[in-house]
Design a protein around this ligand. Structure first.
Ligand code: AHR
Length: 323
């Protein structure tokens, strides 16, 4: 047996520690990974961490970048099936349209593990899903905002993630659930920014223009940090102060949002660990070694960070980790 080195990514980053594991079970396994693309800093980190996890365990990882297109993911999965890989990891760009290709993988007896996003398909088409509770992420963001504004009237604008993706659907739902019954808080505009910085900026510019140069906006809720960073730039370009004139709350906990907190320009983020692959590989190993069926849903933590949580330290601990 061989003990894999723990790749400690920084003190205090419990959820970012790459797994320490006895690796014999996965040495030499061939695993296909259909990744969405590289739309955000978080996505880049997930790709790096997955590659590092695979390397540390002696896995031959076949990586396919779908460049945001479901059709490319379907092609990649079919390619992995044709190659006869041992397992397939998929980060599904959208929630629907997977039944056929996952049935093909199932018929070839290749276990599929979903990473970071959910799908609407029969549960027997995948072995397990490693993801956060995305409704909870939205709720945590909403509850933070409720606490921050108190009784003050607050018009909120929302930057949604990719249309049809599970985080966009669920983070919207959780945020709306938190705000339900709060008469002083209203979501006055909501539009997709596709999880990218450039789209987040562009959509926020439109919101500002439509809302009296931004004077009618009290807060922006972005489904990821990259869109929040884009929105921060749009707010500054409009001559307003992000973080005070317009509050900024988002999800991911990437280094750039901590840099924005240090500058007083962001107010809160909900952490999403980029290490989905560690629990996925652990589940596959237990499945192959002992026939252990993993839990259908392996849920990662959703911790809230604000400027009170040493943003400079959090930035230092994360930068250079593939974000
Ligand atoms: O599915 C996870 C989301 O996808 C992350 O929050 C976002 O940054 C990414 O693009």
């Amino acid at each position: 047996m061989k003990l894999i080195n723990t790749l400690a990514l920084g003190a205090g980053l419990g959820s970012l520690l790459l797994s320490t594991a006895w690796a014999e079970g996965l040495e030499g396994k061939v695993i296909g990974f259909s990744q969405i693309g590289s739309e955000s800093g978080w996505r880049a980190a997930e790709t790096s961490v997955t590659k590092a996890e695979a390397e540390a365990r002696g896995i031959d990882l076949k990586f396919a970048d779908a460049q945001q297109k479901q059709e490319n993911q379907i092609k990649a999965i079919r390619g992995f099936v044709a190659q006869g890989v041992d397992a397939i990891l998929v980060a599904p760009v959208v929630a629907t349209g997977w039944d056929e290709v996952l049935t093909e993988a199932k018929e070839a007896s290749i276990p599929v593990v979903l990473l970071d996003r959910g799908i609407e398909a029969p549960e027997d088409l995948y072995l397990t899903s490693v993801a956060s509770d995305q409704v909870k992420e939205g709720r945590v963001a909403g509850e933070w905002l409720i606490g921050a504004v108190g009784d003050k009237a607050c018009n909120v604008v929302e930057l949604q993630g990719t249309v049809g993706s599970s985080p966009a659907i669920n983070r919207k739902q959780g945020f709306e659930e938190a705000l339900a019954g709060k008469a002083n808080l209203s979501i006055i505009r909501s539009q997709t920014g596709d999880f990218t910085r450039s789209k987040g900026k562009e959509v926020m510019e439109g919101f500002i223009k439509a809302e009296d140069g931004g004077k009618n906006i009290c807060a922006v809720y972005a489904h990821n940090d990259d869109m929040a960073v884009g929105a921060i730039q749009a707010i500054k370009d409009a001559g307003l102060k992000p973080g005070s004139d317009i509050l900024v709350v988002s999800i991911d906990a990437v280094p750039d949002i901590f840099a924005a907190m240090v500058a007083g320009e962001a107010n809160a983020t909900v952490e999403l660990t980029p290490n989905m692959a560690g629990p996925a590989f652990d589940a596959l190993q237990a499945y192959w070694d002992a026939g252990t069926e993993p839990a259908k849903f392996i849920i990662t933590e959703s911790k809230l960070y604000t400027p009170a949580d040493d943003p400079q330290g959090e930035y230092d601990r994360r930068k250079g980790l593939g974000y």
